[in-house]
Ligand binder design. Structure first.
Ligand SMILES: Cc1cc2nc3c(=O)[nH]c(=O)nc-3n(C[C@H](O)[C@H](O)[C@H](O)COP(=O)(O)OP(=O)(O)OC[C@H]3O[C@@H](n4cnc5c(N)ncnc54)[C@H](O)[C@@H]3O)c2cc1C
Length: 293
């Protein structure tokens, strides 16, 4: 791929789309770190998103992001185009099938579900995610994951039924480069007060540590990463502005002056310490954007 592109030319190839050049990625991710992207595109419909992806594919390095709740963005930024889905957020309910654009917030999807007396996604209340991010990551908690309610997913290349999505623990085929445009969820009819009660109890279970974070940094792959990090004595350990939460050791909390490199170094340090003391190779759940070495 040729990256000697004149990024100002994108305005002519992405005709009519909202394109911002040399744009800071700090406001587009939860850690609040990161340098600039050569350009950030903000499509405002799934048609515009599909057009942007098809236009850039094979020509320019690009990355599609949702709410940035699981992203560590390099201080060097991203040498390419970031496509933000935040304005691609229509939700449509027909019978028990709820179809949502990739940039719709899961909270808005749950509200639509609840307002119309359907059930299925209550467990995910409190996971900060867009539909695209949640389905690409197969987000979940309390032994459930969003894949359980997915009927099909629409991308720029086609339509994938649930069994074709290659869902696994915090993964799917969509982390390999295809862009989720829309997701159809299959919901179950239920009673208003039953749904309300479920949502209330799931909210009660959730205890996110205070401060800026991207949720669990490491996968719980047959073990609880937080428990292991605690056992090796790293609760509260800090590098620069990045600190292992003393409430939940699988969370890294970023202070206001935290750099992406601080977080990256802390992740590497935790992995080394855990490997030496426990012979366990922790695997990142968070996704890196840009270069760190
Ligand atoms: C306080 C807190 C609590 C959390 N708790 C949980 C939890 O309980 N369970 C859980 O699973 N996660 C949790 N997370 C992590 C995070 O919320 C999830 O991973 C969420 O699914 C990320 O969604 P996003 O829209 O922010 O995706 P982003 O962070 O923007 O992106 C994540 C990945 O998805 C890809 N992606 C995004 N949109 C698309 C698209 N349209 N098409 C293809 N790929 C796409 C990105 O390229 C990237 O690889 C938590 C995070 C925080 C901050």
């Amino acid at each position: 791929m040729n990256n000697n592109i004149n990024y100002q030319d994108l305005t002519s190839i992405l005709l009519g789309l909202d394109v911002k050049y040399d744009y800071s990625l700090k406001s587009l991710n939860r850690y609040g770190t990161g340098g600039n992207a050569k350009a950030v595109v903000f499509p405002s419909s799934s048609e515009e998103l599909k057009y942007a992806v098809n236009t850039l594919k094979g020509k320019v390095p690009y990355c599609v992001i949702g709410g940035g709740s699981n992203l560590l963005v390099s201080d060097k930024g991203f040498d390419g185009v970031v496509i933000s889905t935040l304005k691609v957020n229509r939700i449509d309910l027909k019978g028990n099938l709820l179809t949502a654009d990739c940039g719709a917030k899961m909270g808005a999807v749950i509200k639509e579900m609840q307002d119309n007396c359907f059930s299925g996604l209550e467990f995910s209340i409190g996971i900060p995610a867009t539909v695209g991010g949640a389905v690409a990551m197969n987000a979940g908690c309390y032994g459930k994951s969003v894949s359980e309610t997915v009927k099909y997913v629409v991308t720029e290349t086609g339509v994938y039924t649930n069994s074709e999505c290659e869902f696994g623990y915090r993964t799917s085929r969509f982390l390999k480069g295809e862009t989720i445009l829309k997701v159809c969820f299959s919901l179950e009819p239920s009673e208003e007060d039953v749904i309300e009660e479920k949502i209330k109890s799931y909210k009660g279970f959730r205890k996110n540590p205070k401060g800026k974070s991207c949720g669990s940094v490491f996968k719980n792959d047959g073990y609880f990463a937080g428990k292991i990090i605690d056992e090796v004595g790293l609760k509260g350990y800090a590098i620069g502005g990045a600190r292992i939460s003393s409430e939940h050791a699988n969370f890294i909390i970023a202070s206001d002056n935290c750099s992406a490199l601080d977080i990256y170094k802390l992740i590497k340090y935790v992995k080394e310490k855990v490997y030496v003391k426990k012979q366990i190779e922790l695997l990142e759940e968070i996704v890196y954007l840009g270069e760190f070495e």
